[in-house]
Design a protein around this ligand. Sequence first.
Ligand SMILES: *Cc1c(COP(=O)(O)O)cnc(C)c1O
Length: 412
Amino acid sequence: MSGFAHFVTHLECTASGEAYPAGEIHNLSAAGKPLFVRYDLTALKAHLTKDALQNRKGGFWRYREFLPLKSSENMVSFDEGVTPLVSCPNMAAKFGLQDGNRLLIKDESRFPTGSFKARGLSVAISMAKELGIKRIAMPTNGNAGGALSAYASRAGIESFIFCPELTPEVNVQEMVIQGAKVFHVNGYISDCGRIVGEGKEKMGWFDASTLKEPYRVEGKKTTGIEIAEQLGWELPDVILYPAGGGTCLIGMWKAFLELQEIGWISGELPRMVAVQSAGCAPIVKAYEEGKMESEPWENAATGAAGIRVPVVLGDFIILGLIRDSNGFAIAVSEEDINSARLEMGKIEGFHMCPEGAATYAAYKQALEDGRIGKDEQVVIFNTGSGLKYPIKVDVPFIDCTQSIDYDQIAGA
Ligand SMILES: *Cc1c(COP(=O)(O)O)cnc(C)c1O
């Protein structure tokens, strides 16, 4: 059997609600806004039970009824697993939380290519294969390109990737190794996006930029279903997410609404929190000014490359779900990101990427200012592997040709 039970009805403009047919290649709507995939959730509910799901093996493709792919033959996958919700018992002791399960790290670093971009790109590339796309282009700050190159090569699709100068070199090398055509660009991710947009006719590219194609969000949606399933279909009180383009925040919220509609979850949904660096915080600025749209951020600068996104296409969706969930947007300083990364490593032995560390820094800030309570169950996100990001810490030197000074070692 090559078919998946398939419940897609149509695609829908996130701004105007205008419907578009499924089964065709789409980028943005006529209004220039992202498209959402819509499903016949009544039929889905009749077809799939929580029990049936429980007996399935594998990672996010276990939730295939909630995904847009029709034929299992087009599934492009590396046998991704389920990513754990890692408890923080030492942090619980430090903050006086009830137990280590009050603070959970959704550890997305365990995916192929070491970041949560795998979810989105696995589904997007599978859909590209199903729709007959042969050439894909994308701007990236690093991890999206890493995942794109891997899944595209596996699918036999050509990938062209444009990286801002500040993209961590390890990501760029990774894309080359995984078979992409990669270019350095002396600008921001938005400049790279322009190169893709302006060149796509001439080059015959499909534009896979964040939210400019409809299926990466569907892949990211599986994060929300997975968290719900892992917690026995009881959602946490608060979710803190490092928001660049906000795909996963948008995807999780879409998951929660769909799960609510089929009756798999009930009660209050989590407060959704967008975490940004103070060096690039267009969503936080708009949130604080009570606006539903963001402005381009000038001179964006943060070591957390994944959230260095000065222009946010889905800003109105992010700001809308923050409002609907009673969440908030919060900026953390570069110093706080760095010290949070070191502190999490030291206390809990967990090496977060800078974007992940930003969510931990935001958690601490929000505990202090009272926006999050100690009794609340909170999920923070480690969106990628810390190993992909250089970190500079001084390490003491020992001259092994001399007698060793153990007092110096004891005092280190
Ligand atoms: C891409 C990325 C983000 C931000 O994801 P968006 O979907 O753009 O919000 C956060 N962390 C890491 C490690 C990333 O690679």
